[in-house]
Write a protein that binds this ligand. Structure first.
Ligand SMILES: Cc1cc2nc3c(=O)[nH]c(=O)nc-3n(C[C@H](O)[C@H](O)[C@H](O)COP(=O)(O)OP(=O)(O)OC[C@H]3O[C@@H](n4cnc5c(N)ncnc54)[C@H](O)[C@@H]3O)c2cc1C
Length: 321
């Protein structure tokens, strides 16, 4: 397998990367907070040919390959998976039209996709997987209510003023001069009182190394997810069966995104949990990846079926025939 992107793919990757950084990223937090569908951003993306990538040129689309789609999806989702989903949703409809539509349907709905936004609904059949039609706002979620104030009534203070409770160690400690964990933002002059520094250089090293290991693990799994996804796209592009590979890619990439987001929240500690910082949004955004487009459980049932098929067996209702 050739891992290099073609010149055309590199070009559209650069285009999507610039769009993600200059247009999506600055708007992501506000869209999340207001649950506003990003119509203006979608229209800007449409003008660049990023909305209908899989729709054939004959019907007004870009006519790109599945590989171009996964490359663009990665770039856009870097800035915001919700807005990326809003931009890329038409491709699901385009795919269904291309794979299963009649010529008349392709013409009629292709033209509407070229100018507007599509929606699709799946019925589940035997797998009992259901996917309901949406208004195109997939992935956009209302911002959670973060912990905004630390004020506690005097009668509810544990240990009285000047003390703070470390739940992890279930004991009282003097409140640090900077307010400890209740401080809202780490100002530049804030004394560095991380767990590592409090316990001396050895502790700091353990913390730095621990965070480093998390980053290494995230990088390793993200790269594996990227390769699985590109393999599935490549198989689709050359017309090879890719049911198993696509299930591997979807489930692994979604699980990786969720796992990495949880790790990122952990690294940021309480700030990671607060809606005032961008990390908790990553966790909310990643969760839906395990749910839509075929839940990860359903992907695993597909894997079992495909593995059995490849092994020459047919599984019916869990029994081998
Ligand atoms: C933000 C968002 C956007 C969406 N966008 C769209 C869209 O554009 N178009 C669309 O059609 N749908 C869309 N969906 C719907 C999505 O596809 C469904 O929510 C998803 O298929 C799961 O179906 P369900 O919610 O009915 O859960 P259920 O089917 O009730 O499943 C509940 C849980 O049981 C598990 N489960 C179910 N059956 C099995 C089984 N046989 N074996 C093992 N575990 C099983 C599931 O994995 C899940 O964990 C969207 C959903 C969300 C949250």
């Amino acid at each position: 397998m050739d891992f290099a992107l073609t010149e055309e793919q590199r070009h559209i990757q650069a285009l999507a990367r610039r769009f993600a950084r200059e247009v999506i990223a600055p708007a992501a937090a506000e869209c999340d907070r207001t649950a506003r569908f990003p119509h203006a951003i979608v229209e800007q993306a449409r003008a660049l040919g990023l909305v209908n990538l899989l729709l054939p040129v004959a019907y007004g689309g870009t006519g790109a390959t599945p590989m171009a789609l996964v490359v663009v999806a990665e770039e856009l989702a870097w800035a915001c998976t919700g807005i990326a989903a809003a931009i890329l949703l038409n491709n699901l409809v385009a795919d269904a039209l291309t794979l299963a539509g009649t010529e008349a349907q392709r013409k009629a709905y292709g033209a509407r996709l070229a100018e507007g936004l599509g929606a699709y609904a799946l019925t589940a059949g035997r797998a009992r997987l259901r996917a309901a039609s949406q208004d195109g706002a997939a992935g956009l979620q209302r911002g959670g209510s973060g912990v905004r104030r630390c004020g506690v009534g005097a009668g509810r203070l544990a240990g009285g003023r000047g003390q703070w409770v470390s739940l992890g160690h279930a004991r009282l400690r003097p409140l640090p001069p900077d307010g400890g964990g209740c401080r809202r933002r780490p100002g530049p002059a804030r004394p560095r009182r991380g767990a590592g520094l409090r316990r001396g250089a050895g502790g700091l090293w353990a913390k730095v190394q621990g965070v480093g290991f998390k980053l290494a693990e995230i990088g390793m799994r993200a790269e594996a997810a990227r390769l699985l996804t590109r393999q599935a796209a490549w198989k689709a592009a050359v017309g090879a069966p890719n049911t198993l590979e696509a299930a591997y890619a979807k489930a692994f990439a979604a699980d990786t995104a969720m796992w990495a987001a949880v790790e990122a929240v952990q690294v940021f500690g309480a700030y990671g949990y607060s809606a005032e910082y961008p990390v908790e949004k990553l966790m909310r955004d990643a969760k839906v990846l395990q749910i839509y487009e075929g839940t990860n459980e359903i992907q695993r049932t597909i894997m079992v079926r495909e593995l059995a098929r490849r092994a020459g067996a047919t599984l019916t209702n869990g029994k081998e025939r």
